[in-house]
Design a protein around this ligand. Structure first.
Ligand SMILES: C[S@@+](CC[C@H](N)C(=O)[O-])C[C@H]1O[C@@H](n2cnc3c(N)ncnc32)[C@H](O)[C@@H]1O
Length: 387
């Protein structure tokens, strides 16, 4: 149901009710973001028809730019497979696949150029949310890749005993920026947590500042030296990265697992730069950015940049080794070498399809577009402390 002129889908009412049922009549910002994005049926990503892209979406991603991203990831995956001795079975595990487009683009790319990797490949998509899982399953069934792509509920489901002895690559594009984050603000020289309650504002939501009681959040906040930040400085802390890494660390055989995490974000120094007084939280609706998450919950995306330094720390704590952090320009330009050279050698750069792919390549790699803001963190299973 849609409540006239308010941009309200009914989710607001549901969140109000949840707030009302708590003893303190308030929920943490992370809980609010979880409801706004993932509440069954009503959350932004829980609506199966949710489209990402330039035309009818609210924002675009490297995947929605076009098939070039998947094509080049296919080259990079194939190179990694060969570097690992071309094992007989190779898994790709993707999380945050949304509508499965990246899987199709990777597999189409490999198929079109007759890659022998296809004979050894199985592709698993991890999707925790029921409605999105049902949508994905239906879309995969309708595709050319229904035999090869499987949908799992959790990382644990992918880890069946046979596959556990298998090597491969985990990948995700713009997954971590969609994890619910906690928000903290410096008030009277103390870090306080932002909570959400009902109030007399136009949106009906009001924020309050509370003493931090969550021990994990407290530990993260106390890493930030209060002396270095101005009063009212607000920032995000993504606690969900830690349990998530724990859930995927054992997907592959010892030494045989690679993890490519692609997202926009900063190293810690830039992330917590004193000038970034309002943090990195952004909302997107019809390609317009705002910093007010309360106006249209369920109808706008809410996202926060990734702190790659902290993500790498957590990865190491989870027993994964950090290999490299590259920007998307360097990663894709390297992956594209044989594609570009082959096209030039065969004088095919002026063919319509290739011209289209080359335009996409430009968008993905240009430093002023997606080339610098997006980064690729590569991790590897160390095997040292596997369960
Ligand atoms: C910003 S979208 C990116 C979609 C796609 N990867 C792309 O690049 O176009 C984030 C996606 O991550 C999904 N997501 C968030 N948390 C997830 C989780 N724990 N497991 C699986 N998917 C998740 C959301 O449902 C959404 O589809």
């Amino acid at each position: 149901m849609r409540h006239k002129n308010t941009g309200d889908t009914g989710l607001k009412e549901q969140i109000f009710q949840k707030i009302d049922k708590t003893p303190t009549k308030a929920i943490s910002f992370a809980d609010f973001m979880e409801l706004a994005l993932y509440e069954p049926d009503l959350g932004y990503y829980s609506q199966p028809g949710r489209v990402i892209g330039r035309q009818s979406g609210d924002f675009y991603t490297s995947v929605s730019v076009g098939k070039c991203f998947g094509l080049l990831l296919g080259y990079a995956i194939e190179a990694e497979w060969e570097k690992n001795g071309s094992p007989g079975t190779w898994l790709i595990v993707e999380q945050g696949a949304h509508d499965g487009q990246l899987a199709f683009d990777i597999l189409d790319g490999l198929k079109n150029r007759g890659s022998s990797l296809l004979d050894h490949l199985s592709y698993h998509v991890i999707e925790a949310h029921q409605a999105r899982r049902d949508f994905l399953i239906a879309r995969i069934e309708d595709s050319d890749h229904s035999e090869r792509v499987k949908v799992a509920n959790t990382a644990g489901e992918v880890q069946n005993p046979q596959q556990k002895s298998t090597a491969g690559i985990f990948l995700c594009n713009e997954l971590v920026d969609a994890f619910p984050v906690h928000r903290i603000t410096l008030k009277n020289s103390q870090w306080q947590e932002i909570w959400v309650k009902q109030g007399g504002t136009p949106s009906g939501f009001e924020i309050s500042y509370q003493e931090i009681t969550n021990p994990d959040l407290l530990a993260e906040a106390s890493r930030l030296n209060k002396e270095e930040f101005p009063e009212n400085y607000t920032t995000e802390i993504n606690l969900a990265m830690h349990p998530w890494l724990d859930s995927i660390r054992n997907l592959f055989a010892d030494q045989g697992g690679h993890f490519w995490i692609i997202d926009y974000g900063h190293l810690e120094e830039q992330y917590y730069s004193p000038e970034r007084r309002e943090g990195t939280l952004r909302c997107y609706h019809q390609h317009r950015a705002s910093d007010d998450p309360f106006v249209m919950p369920g109808e706008c995306d809410i996202t926060a940049h990734v702190n790659f330094t902290r993500l790498a720390d957590y990865a190491q704590q989870a027993g994964l080794q950090c290999q490299t952090l590259q920007d998307q320009h360097d990663f894709l330009t390297h992956a594209a070498k044989s594609w570009l050279l082959g096209m030039e050698a065969e004088q095919k750069t002026q063919e319509q399809d290739n011209k289209k792919l080359l335009r996409q390549f430009q968008t993905l790699t240009h430093p002023g577009m997606m080339g610098r803001a997006f980064k690729v963190l590569k991790l590897q299973s160390s095997g040292a402390d596997r369960i």
